[in-house]
Write a protein that binds this ligand. Structure first.
Ligand code: SPV
Ligand code: MG
Length: 431
């Protein structure tokens, strides 16, 4: 009897999956692959039930003869092991980044005379509703909030991109590229105080108040499912910070990062060019501890950001602070630098990891941008934040368009470099 293989990456079975099984049955024994959590997250499908539960779900389906675990969304291992006569899949993978996987599967099958079967993708109202419900579930505070901690465990480095509006949130949520046989996407979003302020035409000095910052979070949450790390600046007064923690937690934000500065906060990338005052270890530790006491769930994270390298206070000071802040209850340490050379960041990470193997480390490589995610992960970094690149790419493009329309007295000259109306419309989900 021939073997037919299909890979499922879902928590909910709908008509589309049943249709695939029906078609598969016509060709032989049906083996379903269940993607591991690690593989699913690379596939833009964050699991809401465990792998064991998914295996059980697939096994119970009529017509399924066997369920195996597929560890990677590329089929190499599973095809080598099962040598299926057929691989069957919905034809939706003919387009977009997934088409690379399809081509790869086709080539693997060709090596031994296997065949690929594309089944017309089922997209009816019921399927659409289930897709929507799954997304909604992921967007709910209790699912979204814990996702950052889950990601830290599941992936070598959590790739985080800045978002400051619904539209930039959508870009972070939906951008997927295929590169060298892998699908790449961002894992989380950073709500930068710099970019949130800049989008409002205001300086990054804690002038945009929390109510307005929460509004930005809400705009982003409305249209996305990925976890959110909030830039909490100094956290403000401890008496206020405890309320901020509660609000963020309730909204479903996964983490707040607060920096050890006090008084008028200026952006760190100014360094010592402007007057900035670092909080003492005791002051910052008290704020962290108060925040942790206020927190109600186990999911939320308070991450302490250390400004010693920015303010040229030295490595020993940075490390002493890291140690103290973890003791005060910090769930992670962010170390910042404005040097082009990543050396001081790597030195900090290595020295910190010598006495603390587990507390997550966060870095923001805006200045030291030559370093790769792989190199950072090798030095024990858990979260990388691309803190301002979307804002910095959009601004010059908009400025140039405005200048050219003024210059030519019409919009024709700029049209070639604009996104089409159709593209922008399809970026926005309709209910
Ligand atoms: C932000 O994005 O607002 C940050 C990171 O705090 S930095 O601008 O590098 O200080
Ligand atoms: Mg900031």
């Amino acid at each position: 009897m021939k073997t037919v293989y299909t890979c499922f990456c879902t928590d909910v079975i709908h008509d589309g999956h049943l249709n695939i099984i029906e078609k598969a049955k016509e060709h032989g024994r049906v083996v379903v692959g269940a993607l591991t959590d690690e593989a699913l997250i690379k596939y833009n499908r964050f699991p809401t039930i465990s792998l064991e539960e998914r295996i059980k779900l697939y096994k119970e389906l009529d017509g399924v003869d066997e369920v195996v675990v597929q560890k990677d969304f590329m089929y190499n291992d599973v095809i080598a092991e099962i040598k299926p006569d057929y691989v069957i899949h919905g034809d939706n993978w003919k387009n977009g980044p997934e088409s690379a996987i399809r081509e790869h599967v086709e080539a693997l099958l060709k090596e031994y005379g296997g065949e690929l079967i594309d089944v017309p993708y089922t997209y009816n109202e019921k399927v659409k509703k289930i897709d929507m419900q799954l997304r909604e579930k992921l967007a709910m505070p209790e699912y979204r909030r814990k996702r950052l901690r889950q990601l830290i465990k599941m992936t070598p480095i959590v790739k985080t991109m800045e978002a400051h509006s619904g539209l930039t949130g959508l870009i972070v949520e939906k951008t997927v590229v295929e590169h060298e046989g892998k699908l790449e996407q961002f894992d989380a979003m950073w709500i930068s105080s710099l970019c949130d302020s800049t989008a409002k035409g205001k300086p990054d000095i804690e002038l945009v108040d929390m109510t307005s910052r929460f509004r930005t979070i809400d705009d982003i949450m409305e249209v996305t499912t990925k976890p959110i790390i909030f830039d909490g600046d100094t956290g403000g007064l401890t008496e206020h910070f405890v309320y901020t923690v509660r609000s963020l937690e309730r909204m479903g934000v996964s983490a707040v990062i607060i920096e050890d500065k006090k008084g008028l906060k200026k952006n760190s990338l100014f360094g010592t060019e402007v007057k900035q005052t670092q909080a003492t270890i005791e002051e910052m530790s008290a704020k962290i501890a108060a925040g942790k006491r206020a927190q109600l769930t186990d999911d939320f994270m308070i991450i302490a950001r250390i400004e010693s390298l920015i303010l040229e206070q030295g490595m020993e000071d940075a490390l002493a602070r890291a140690k103290a802040f973890v003791e005060a209850g910090a769930d992670g340490i962010m170390i910042h630098s404005r040097k082009k050379d990543p050396a001081e960041i790597l030195e900090f990470c290595d020295k910190f990891r010598a006495f603390d193997k587990t507390t997550p480390i966060v870095v923001v490589p805006s200045s030291f941008n030559t370093i790769t995610e792989e190199e950072l992960a090798a030095h024990g970094v858990n979260i990388v934040i691309y803190a301002n690149q979307l804002t910095r790419s959009a601004f010059p493009a908009m400025q140039k368009t405005a200048e050219d329309i003024l210059k030519y007295h019409r919009a024709k000259e700029v049209d070639d470099r604009l996104m089409s109306i159709k593209e922008i419309i399809t970026l926005i989900d309709e209910i």
